[in-house]
Design a protein around this ligand. Structure first.
Ligand code: C5J
Length: 236
C-alpha cells in the first residue's frame, strides 16, 4: 500500500517553516523517527569510539532531542525508535561490514558496555534520556537504513503514515540512508537539524544541504523549534 492514506485524515494540517519550502503534515499521519540514539554511538566505550570518533560531539544534541520528543508525545504523535543491532551469532552482519576499517573493537567483540552493536547488550540500548515508552515502536536494524530488513515499512503502511520527522545519529550515515529509503518509498521526510549530529561537522552540513537541494530531492530540513512552533508548544 502506498502512503496515499494521508489524504483521508480529518485532523488539522500542521505547517512547518522548512527548507526548501513549507512542510505540512497531519498528526495522525506522521511519525517521529529517532535513529540510533544508542549508548554504542553516544557514550565512551561503544562502537563510535572504537572507530576513533569523539563521541562528545553527539551527546550535545540530547537536550534538543528530549524537548522535541516530549512535545511530540504531548501532542499525541507516533514515535519510532531504531537501534543498529545485530543478532548474537552475527548471522545478520556481513563480513564486509564487520571487517571494514581498523576499529579497536569489531562488531561482536566485547567492549566496556558489552558486545559491540549486539542486540540486548548494555551499549546497544537507547540512551536513558530518550528511552522508549511502552507502546512506541522499537526497530532493530542490521543495516544503516531503517527500512532494510526491518518491519518499518509494513508498520507505517498499516498505520496510514505519510510524513516522517527524522532525528538521531549519525546525520550522513544512518539518518540520511533512512531518509533516502523513505523518500524512495513515497514518504515525505523532514530532518530536524538541531536534533541530528555527525562525528564530522562538515558531513552534517553537507547532508543538510543535499537533503533539501534541488527542490527537496530527498526531503525537507528545519530546526526543531519550527516544529514546536507549528505544534503551538512554548519554545525556549
Ligand atoms: C554508523 C549510524 N555511523 N547510526 N551508524 O555506523 O549512523
Amino acid at each position: 500500500m502506498t502512503p496515499d492514506t494521508a489524504t483521508t485524515s480529518n485532523t488539522p494540517l500542521i505547517t512547518v517553516a522548512a527548507e526548501p519550502f513549507e512542510f505540512s503534515f497531519r498528526l495522525d499521519r506522521a511519525a517521529l523517527v529517532i535513529i540510533d540514539m544508542q549508548r554504542d554511538f553516544i557514550e565512551p566505550g561503544g562502537f563510535g569510539e572504537t572507530l576513533g570518533n569523539n563521541v562528545a560531539l553527539l551527546s550535545a544534541i540530547v537536550p534538543a532531542c528530549q524537548r522535541m520528543l516530549a512535545a511530540w508525545r504531548q501532542a499525541g504523535g507516533a514515535v519510532v525508535h531504531t537501534r543498529e543491532a545485530h543478532r548474537a551469532d552475527l548471522s545478520d552482519c556481513p563480513p564486509a561490514k564487520r571487517n571494514r576499517g581498523k576499529p579497536s573493537l569489531r562488531i561482536g567483540d566485547v567492549g566496556p558496555m558489552g558486545r559491540i552493536l549486539v542486540a540486548g547488550e548494555p551499549g546497544n540500548q537507547i540512551i536513558p534520556e530518550l528511552a522508549p515508552l511502552p507502546g512506541e515502536l522499537v526497530i532493530d536494524k542490521p543495516g544503516k537504513g531503517a527500512f532494510y530488513a526491518t518491519p518499518l515499512q509494513a508498520w507505517l503502511s498499516e498505520h496510514g503514515m505519510q510524513h516522517l520527522l527524522f532525528m538521531g545519529v549519525t546525520t550522513e550515515v544512518c539518518v540520511q540512508t533512512s531518509m533516502r529509503e523513505a523518500n524512495d518509498r513515497g514518504f515525505d521526510a523532514l530532518l530536524l537539524t538541531d536534533c541530528t549530529e555527525s562525528y564530522f561537522p562538515e558531513f552534517k552540513a553537507a547532508t543538510v544541504a543535499m537533503v533539501h537541494a534541488q527542490g527537496g530531492i530527498v526531503g525537507w530540513t528545519a530546526p526543531s523549534v519550527a516544529v514546536l512552533q507549528a505544534l503551538r508548544v512554548p519554545t525556549p
